[in-house]
Design a protein around this ligand. Structure first.
Ligand code: NAD
Length: 339
């Protein structure tokens, strides 16, 4: 069945991959984006509305041309460090922006929402792997604003009949397996693209000893001393959104529902760098600097609920496969990858 889907933040890294999948599945897609971190050329084949969710009138305008079946809400500010330096930006964009979206949906009676949430809503792990029932005590404003948005969705569910699937991603990684889209954050803070940018610098003739790649702490309580994270491929994230949308449309979920998305495997920073070294064939080196505030030693998901209730089954279960898809795009599109 064809659905009409509004994708906020559809010009960004994850949103643009989602738009490609939705179009391929035959859905009608409208992207709403202010292009603050996204790129217009990443949106091909969908309607595009330029607007800013922080403006209630813009949010309302997104709904003027179409009665959408579902909204997928990716638009947000998403740098943990920046959120500590400038919490106002995060509360304005991630909380007020989301409330404007919810109000615009309520005004036109659009009642199905898939929300990009994050493992940052949990804060420091008290048990591993982390399930959806893990306490939510965010340790930075980014996580707190995403949790506040979740709480608003739950309250809107009880009061106004909004049905939400909040997908709590662990570390999104990799690029379109067909090589058409990639990860283009500026500034980049994610590990795999940073390591691959270093590989591109070396491929262009840079010296290994001039590396700017930093490892934040190698004295954690992990086998090699570096932080362990759960990397989930972008194609698997997008597949989960499609399943969530089908569950919402089929009425199989109602009210507020949260699902973790991760592969349930952890890889250390050093393992990621080693994997990138092997796949790129470059002598990637790094400098060790101090730990960053609020970086837990391990973050690994339990995705049992998504598997059982959404029928989600990630295809990219191995870090090397994830890095290969990213390197395919980075090595083909170095100018875009570096920004
Ligand atoms: N990348 C990850 O590892 C990760 C992990 C957990 C959760 N998430 C969440 O996934 C979502 C997408 O992340 P991403 O990595 O693709 O980020 P991104 O920065 O690449 O994409 C965000 C998009 O939203 C747009 N946008 C931001 N504020 C807007 C506003 N006020 N109005 C309209 N458009 C706006 C940007 O221009 C951009 O196109 C975010 O909500 C993020 O919090 C990402």
């Amino acid at each position: 069945m064809t659905s009409s889907v509004l994708v906020t933040g559809g010009a960004g890294y994850i949103g643009s991959h989602m738009v490609k999948l939705l179009l391929r599945q035959g859905h009608r897609v409208t992207v709403f984006d202010n292009l603050s971190t996204g790129q217009r050329d990443a949106v091909q084949g969908a309607d595009f509305v330029k607007g800013d969710l922080r403006q209630a009138t813009d949010a309302a305008r997104a709904f003027s041309g179409c009665q959408f079946d579902v909204v997928m809400h990716f638009a947000a500010s998403c740098y943990v460090g920046e959120s500590v330096q400038d919490p106002a930006k995060y509360y304005t964009n991630n909380v007020i922006g989301t409330l404007n979206l919810l109000e615009a949906m309520r005004a036109v009676q659009v009642k199905r929402l898939v929300f990009s949430s994050t493992c940052s809503t949990y804060g420091d792990p008290v048990s591993l792997p982390m399930s959806e029932d893990h306490p939510q005590h965010p340790v930075n404003p980014y996580g707190m604003t995403k949790l506040t948005a979740e709480r608003a969705m739950a309250d809107y569910g009880r009061a106004y009949g909004l049905d939400t699937v909040a997908l709590r991603y662990f570390n999104a990684a990799g690029c379109d397996p067909e090589g058409a889209l990639g990860e283009r954050h500026d500034p980049e803070t994610h590990l795999i693209p940073l390591v691959l940018r270093e590989a591109l610098r070396l491929r262009a003739g840079g010296k290994p000893e001039d590396t700017q790649l930093q490892v934040f702490g190698d004295d954690f309580d992990t086998p090699d001393g570096t932080c362990i994270r759960d990397y989930v491929h972008i194609a698997d994230l997008c597949a989960a959104h499609l399943l969530a949308m089908e569950c919402l449309i089929g009425g199989r979920v109602s009210g507020f529902n949260a699902f973790n998305l991760g592969t349930e495997k952890g890889y250390s920073v050093k393992e990621v760098i080693e994997t990138c070294r092997r796949i790129t064939g470059q002598d990637i080196r790094y400098r060790v600097s101090g730990r960053r505030a609020g970086d837990p030693a391990r973050l690994v998901a339990s995705a049992a609920r998504a598997r059982a209730e959404l029928g989600w089954s990630p295809e990219f279960n191995d870090l090397a496969e994830i890095v290969e898809t990213a390197w395919r795009w980075f090595s083909r599109e170095p100018a875009r990858a570096i920004g």
